[in-house]
Design a protein around this ligand. Structure first.
Ligand code: SF4
Ligand code: SF4
Length: 404
């Protein structure tokens, strides 16, 4: 069903892709087999090349804005695998971010997407409300109420949320070598407090004094990736001010999606941002104190492997733990279908992509799965559970921290 034909002015905002950006695609097709949606559909319109062509024609006014066009943009995961394999340097992340913003501007009411945007604006941008939501969810989980919806079943069992140490600073263990700021983020303190505890402990072991800016907020990645650039910009401005309150060497982030957003979207903070494993590989950790005998496979989060091009450091840190056997699954760097809130907005396509991921993962028979992004953790846990497999999924920091 056509919903509008308004092409004038698309892709005109700040940092919007230009005709030259779109023309960097030379249609070679080298990205096709790396694109999760193309892999499961074999459709050109669900490939990076096809989507760039559609957006180019739309920008030129040669293609009207229709629901069909919007769906091809909706179905992109924004995983940026295409960007990292493209020999021509197509800035696909920026292209799709603005493509989604244009779709959301023109589309009008869409029950699922409008509800998701409202829920994100109501909760994620407000840490106090999010904490209350977490407390209510814990009560609902204890009463068994969350098992009645598919979204509720996806949630990990919530425990007491992560809280920054008193005074907002965790001291270095041993001589202080760095003062780093730590992004606590929006959902991670609620859903994965153990990941934060382990990450902060590793930073302390690496000689960091860790500072938690009290006024920090959600980084805005989920907003930017879902077409709400205005909210993403206002969160960016609030965080730039919050982190400017005290001095620090680097900002360390343990969620791949947040880290890549900070690096790409923030002005002052972007160049000072490091992923946790990027930082630890450079700063160095003490010798591990104990052996952990486990056969483990590592899922590359898309926004670590493709947006930040960090694949070596997590594997090096993982295999430095005595007793750990790393077994590489096929296509470890291909998306698991989580992609922020994509699995909630596009459950059918997400399930097809997850299915391929689970086949690959189970083919190497791991005892443990590690990754470095909360969305991937939830998606893989839910997928393994749906196949009746009780294989744990952890943040990589948790496994490494157990060695100390
Ligand atoms: S996006 Fe890059 S890899 Fe894909 S078709 Fe275009 S130029 Fe080739
Ligand atoms: S971002 Fe991911 S899903 Fe979207 S076109 Fe690129 S490879 Fe395909």
């Amino acid at each position: 069903m056509a919903i509008d034909i308004r092409n004038a002015g698309v892709f005109q905002g700040p940092d919007a892709p230009t005709d030259d950006d779109l023309a960097t695609c030379v249609h070679c097709g080298l990205c096709l087999n790396s694109c999760p949606t193309y892999r499961v559909t074999n459709l050109e319109t669900e490939s990076p090349r096809g989507r760039i062509y559609l957006m180019t024609q739309w920008k030129r006014g040669q293609l009207p804005f229709t629901e069909e066009l919007a769906r091809h943009i909706d179905l992109c995961l924004g995983c940026r695998t295409c960007e990292s394999v493209c020999p021509s340097g197509v800035p696909y992340g920026r292209i799709i971010e603005h493509g989604r913003a244009e779709v959301e501007r023109l589309r009008g009411f869409d029950r699922r997407r409008t509800t998701a945007t409202l829920a994100m604006r109501t909760l994620l941008a407000h840490p106090g409300r999010l904490r209350s939501f977490g407390a209510l969810t814990r009560v609902a989980q204890a009463a068994g109420l969350t098992s009645i919806s598919s979204m509720g079943r996806q949630l990990p069992k919530l425990q007491a949320p992560y809280r920054a140490p008193a005074g907002g600073v965790a001291p270095a263990i041993g001589p202080r070598r760095f003062r780093v700021a730590f992004l606590t983020g929006c959902v991670m303190p609620l859903m994965f407090p153990a990941s934060h505890r382990a990450s902060v402990r590793l930073l302390q072991l690496a000689g960091c004094e860790v500072w938690f800016p009290p006024a920090q907020k959600c980084c805005g990645a989920l907003f930017a990736h879902n077409g709400d650039l205005a909210t993403a910009r206002s969160l960016r401005d609030a965080n730039e001010a919050a982190f400017a309150a005290e001095g620090f060497d680097l900002l360390v982030v343990n969620s791949a999606g947040c880290g890549s957003h900070l690096k790409d979207f923030y002005g002052e903070l972007g160049p000072r941002t490091r992923d946790l494993f990027e930082f630890l590989a450079e700063a160095g950790l003490p010798e591990p104190e104990r052996e952990i005998k486990v056969r483990v496979t590592y899922q590359d989060p898309c926004h670590l492997a493709h947006a930040q091009r960090i694949t070596r450091q997590p594997r090096e840190l993982l295999t430095a733990v005595p007793g750990v056997e790393l077994v590489e699954m096929p296509h470890a760097d291909i998306c698991c279908g989580s992609a922020g809130i994509y699995n909630a907005l596009e459950p059918a396509m997400s399930a097809r992509i997850l299915d391929e991921k689970l086949d690959n993962l189970l083919s190497v028979d791991p005892e443990l799965v590690v990754t470095a992004n909360p969305g991937c953790q939830m998606q893989l846990l839910a997928g393994l559970r749906s196949r009746g497999r009780a294989i744990p999924v952890q943040h990589l920091a948790e496994l490494i921290a157990q060695a100390y």
